[in-house]
Design a protein around this ligand. Structure first.
Ligand code: FES
Length: 169
């Protein structure tokens, strides 16, 4: 697949590799609806930027998809998977919604906070871990759970949490 011609700013800010990946999202939709690729584009750009999005990057996405910047900001601020500030190398997204809460997510959060020495919403000083509180991730049957990258870790105990951290250290 060839890379689409980008306007100067987007071409400068988004790498050729990133634009190619966005083009693959654009190709999934009718030509006149390239804006539908905005979530895919945000995912690609965030992943290629160490896990977070800058205003400059979101503006470049808007330009590339020929949509308003505010429409891109709205998507990026609405969904919890997008980060507008730098995060650690490993982002632990802990569900604290009803099922997970009833099955002990408070203990999991307390354990992680103690082990990592940070609170929910914070990043360790070595930039290795970020703890993030999230709403239901649709894995209530495995509560309490957390998401790490593309993986779900379910039926958590303090022991299994320790095992997850040990593998990441
Ligand atoms: S309440 Fe935690 S996954 Fe649904």
């Amino acid at each position: 697949m060839s890379i689409r011609m980008a306007k100067p700013n987007a071409a400068k800010i988004l790498s050729a590799e990133t634009r190619l990946a966005i083009d693959q999202w654009i190709a999934k939709y009718p030509v006149e609806q390239k804006q539908s690729a905005v979530m895919g584009a945000l995912n690609v750009v965030q992943e290629n930027n160490g896990g977070w999005l800058t205003t400059e990057l979101m503006d470049a996405i808007a330009e590339y998809l020929e949509m308003s910047t505010i429409a891109v900001y709205e998507v990026a601020t609405f969904y919890s998977m997008y980060e507008l500030e730098a995060v650690g190398e490993h982002k632990l997204c802990i569900c604290t919604n009803v099922s997970c809460m009833l099955r002990g997510s408070e203990d999991i959060v307390a354990h992680l906070e103690k082990k990592l020495g940070i609170k929910l919403g914070e990043t360790t000083s070595d930039k290795k871990f970020t703890l993030k509180e999230v709403e239901c991730l649709g894995a209530c049957g495995g509560a309490p759970m957390l998401q790490l990258g593309a993986e779900y870790h379910e039926n958590l105990t303090t022991e299994t949490v320790d095992g997850i951290l040990d593998k990441l250290k």
